[in-house]
Design a protein around this ligand. Structure first.
Ligand code: NDP
Ligand code: MG
Length: 386
């Protein structure tokens, strides 16, 4: 029997990797809906290849273009934020949440409320509104499967029936492209240098997050949301080869790890086939060729984003949503060359210090805080740049 799948953020790096796997096991999957933001040509091309019932473009002004690109295919075209959320609620048995940023929050919630399986790549949603998302999943009976390679690794190693037997989670970080750069060189780093990740091929936003280590900060919060482990029991270790994707330590001293080539299709395949397994074309691990694995502690001076994320997690309430929103603005400004690389974390720290609303109790409240934090961040960006 085939499993029906919807892919939110189909034109992105994770979305395309998901469709690559779906196409390789065409008898196991049936595509229901694909969504994108502005990439009409990319979406139409994917739709023609994978034949969903529905293709949705987020930018409402692009509906005519999408319709024209799909003419004669019989694939329904829709547009706008609401249409993306409706596609998320389309009843597919399995939904990939791979929209980048807070833009993915409402669609992810709609998918979770459907009570089916949601493979979650969109870590920003979990950081901003984690408690509400976990509650929604529990209320509907939805299964939430982590796609992020570290959290997928932890998911594979974590004994969910005996959480009290876990002592610690160790999140590995590649260290990004600037792992051994002196701080003065980092100050002058360009978007091209920041986006050129040594191990992983990813979208621009998460690539910059990997360079600042904010990605690992977001992942610290993500791990705390997904697994019943205190923040103090989550350690971050730099492991430049990205072979060990994360580890779980038990009270008896046993440490379980998941290893594999740095290819997102491995964790995506784990969620696509779960609880079964499926073949992937990914490179196999050759331990003898690798020879040795290296580890080091992250440098808190050159990578202050880690401290900001820890403080944010300890403070709780609205702070994670503020951290995430300010970071999205800072990264976008850096990519537009309106902010220096080291200014990203400084700006996030400034916004966190200036803005302290009460804890949100609904998704709308999270989005309000998100919007306000973006306004504060944008205003500060203008000042730093001036
Ligand atoms: P990309 O930038 O490659 O793709 C993002 C996708 O989201 C695209 O389909 C894009 O559409 C869509 N999108 C962007 N903005 C909006 C919006 N406002 N409304 C609706 N759709 C939107 O990102 P990645 O695939 O790299 O990352 C996706 C998510 O997965 C992120 O949250 C990231 O942190 C997470 N992740 C990614 C990993 C990776 O290896 N890439 C690893 C682990 C987690 P369009 O193409 O039209 O702009
Ligand atoms: Mg990751």
């Amino acid at each position: 029997m085939s499993r029906s799948v919807t892919i939110l953020g189909a034109t992105g790096s994770v979305g395309r990797s998901t469709l690559d796997l779906v196409a390789r096991a065409a008898d196991r999957f049936e595509v229901v809906a694909l969504t994108a933001h502005r990439d009409v040509a990319g979406l139409a091309e994917l739709a023609r290849r994978h034949r969903p019932k529905l293709a949705v473009i987020g930018d409402a002004g692009l509906l005519g273009e999408l319709r024209a690109a799909l003419a004669g295919t019989g694939i329904e075209a829709a547009a706008g934020e609401g249409a993306i959320a409706d596609a998320a609620a389309s009843g597919a048995e399995w939904t990939m949440a791979a929209i980048v940023g807070t833009a993915g929050l409402k669609p992810v919630m709609r998918a979770l409320e459907g009570g089916r399986t949601v493979a979650l790549a969109n870590k920003e949603a979990l950081v901003s509104a984690g408690a509400l998302m976990i509650q929604a999943a529990a209320a509907s009976g939805a299964t939430l499967l982590p796609v992020d390679s570290e959290h997928n690794a932890i998911f594979q190693c974590f004994d969910r029936a005996r959480p009290e037997s876990v002592r610690r989670i160790i999140l590995t970080a590649s260290g990004g492209p600037f792992r051994d750069w002196p701080i003065e060189q980092m100050r002058a780093a360009t978007p091209d240098q920041a986006v050129a990740h040594p191990n992983w091929s990813m979208g621009a936003k998460i690539s910059v997050d990997s360079a600042t280590l904010m990605n690992k900060g977001l992942e610290l919060i993500e791990a705390h949301r997904l697994f019943p482990v205190g923040a103090e029991a989550i350690e971050i270790v730099v492991h430049p080869q990205s072979v060990i994707h994360s580890l779980v330590e038990y009270v008896d001293g046993s440490v379980l790890a998941q290893l594999g080539a740095p290819d997102m299709r491995v964790p995506i395949a784990h969620t696509l086939a779960w609880p079964e397994r499926m073949e992937t074309p990914c490179q196999r691990l050759d331990l003898v060729a690798i020879g040795a694995l290296a580890f080091e502690a992250p440098d808190p001076v050159r990578f202050p984003a880690l401290r900001l994320a820890r403080e944010t997690l300890a403070a709780g309430g609205a702070k994670p949503a503020i951290l995430n929103a300010a970071n999205e603005i800072a990264v976008a400004s850096f990519l537009e060359r309106r902010l220096g690389f080291l200014d990203i974390a400084s700006l996030v720290g400034e916004v966190l210090a200036r803005f302290d609303p009460p804890a949100p109790t609904s998704i709308d409240a999270v989005l309000e805080i998100d919007g306000e934090a973006r306004r504060v961040a944008a205003a500060l960006t203008g000042k730093i740049h001036a």
